[in-house]
Ligand binder design. Structure first.
Ligand code: NAP
Length: 329
């Protein structure tokens, strides 16, 4: 693909932290990147730090909580690059981190939901329909493990609730655009050394942004509606009564399987997809894609319908499928 035809990615909150690092990784993957943020000067400095060729990067002021500024940004991008193919909803705030659910001021709940949830809807309102018309789009909502029901604690109530809502938004939006070429997923980057994560976080921004950039460049027929960490799904709708969530255990198992596949040299981009429901979508997508091009390989072929579910049969069925669900291409 020539530069003029290269995909165009828009990253919100791109002046620092994970937004900036995601922009860097997308540029390295050959995309043209629009860095957006509230502070124009900070954006210019960020773009200069990326040191890209000028024709592949653009900075546009955009406050995600201001619908007018989103529309103005869209018009400016249309003039310069024509369209947006990839949208990374990264901008967010973390307020009242150390308050509990009842001492968090109402105003902080409002500001958090404005930035972390409602703003994402407004940005998608402007860019997603055009992606669907173009039959190509990737939307990555940068969420957090704090928004994962299975492991949710009393930590940062406004932030955690907003990220849980963002995960729901992701799933609903994915179901709003089925079979449209637009793949919409949420990602937990892990605990990362940024202004938000602080200096004690174990992950570098490079590690945190890896799955964001991966989801932003998924191939056609990749997963949609999922919640990922380290290129693996982490969505869990059900926990087992004792110990850690079952799905986590299974995911660790899957990593082992994937490691084995890697060491056998059968493809370097395996991925795992799904909850009980998602597994089936994943299988269907993969099976369809396999029929189309023969590029996917599945460890075991599933039966055409899942067995009738009771509490225990669901658990066993899910565990069996998880063990088989190492997919590679
Ligand atoms: N760091 C972690 O450990 C961690 C863990 C899990 C999830 N995440 C998620 O990762 C994403 C990026 O976090 P980060 O660690 O890079 O945070 P960060 O360093 O605090 O950066 C946040 C970015 O969001 C921007 N932003 C905030 N409100 C905005 C608004 N109304 N309009 C436009 N931009 C706005 C900020 O711009 P200004 O400079 O103008 O404020 C900044 O560029 C967030 O969604 C966060 O929830 C982070």
């Amino acid at each position: 693909m020539t530069d003029a035809g290269a995909r165009v990615a828009l990253v919100t909150g791109a002046n620092r932290g994970l937004g900036l690092e995601t922009s860097r990784q997308l540029l390295a993957k050959g995309l043209r990147v629009v860095l957006t943020g509230r502070d124009e000067e900070a954006l210019r400095r960020a773009a200069a730090r990326l040191a890209p060729r000028e024709d592949r990067v653009m900075t546009v002021p955009m406050d995600v909580t201001d619908a007018g500024s989103i529309t103005r940004a869209q018009q400016a991008i249309e003039k310069r690059f024509g369209r947006v193919d990839v949208l990374v909803n990264n901008a967010a705030v973390l307020l009242s981190e150390h308050d509990d659910i009842l001492t968090t001021p109402a105003e902080n709940y409002r500001r958090t939901f404005d930035s972390n949830v409602f703003a994402v809807i407004e940005v998608c309102r402007v860019f997603a329909p055009e992606m669907a018309r173009a039959r190509y789009g990737r939307i990555v909502n940068v969420s957090s493990g704090a928004g994962q029901f299975a492991t949710m604690s009393a930590y940062a109530p406004a932030y955690s609730m907003s990220k849980a809502a963002l995960n729901a938004l992701t799933r609903i939006l994915a179901h709003t655009y089925p079979d449209s070429g637009v793949l919409i997923n949420a990602v937990d980057p892990g605990w990362v050394r940024t202004d938000m994560g602080g200096p004690s976080a174990p992950r570098s921004p490079q590690e945190g942004a890896d799955t964001i950039a991966w989801l932003a460049t998924l191939p056609d027929h990749g997963p949609s509606g999922g919640f990922f960490r380290d290129r693996l799904t982490i969505e869990c709708r059900r926990t087992i009564p004792h110990g850690r969530p079952r799905i986590w255990k299974e995911t660790e198992h899957a990593k082992t399987q994937i490691g084995k596949q890697r060491s056998r040299g059968v493809g370097d981009r395996p991925w795992l997809y799904g909850t009980e429901h998602g597994i089936w979508s994943g299988y269907r997508q993969v099976r369809r894609h396999q029929a189309d091009s023969g590029r996917f390989t599945i460890g075991a072929s599933p039966s055409s319908t899942p067995p009738r579910r009771t509490a225990s049969s669901t658990r066993n069925w899910s565990a069996r499928r998880w063990r088989r669900l190492a997919i590679r291409w």
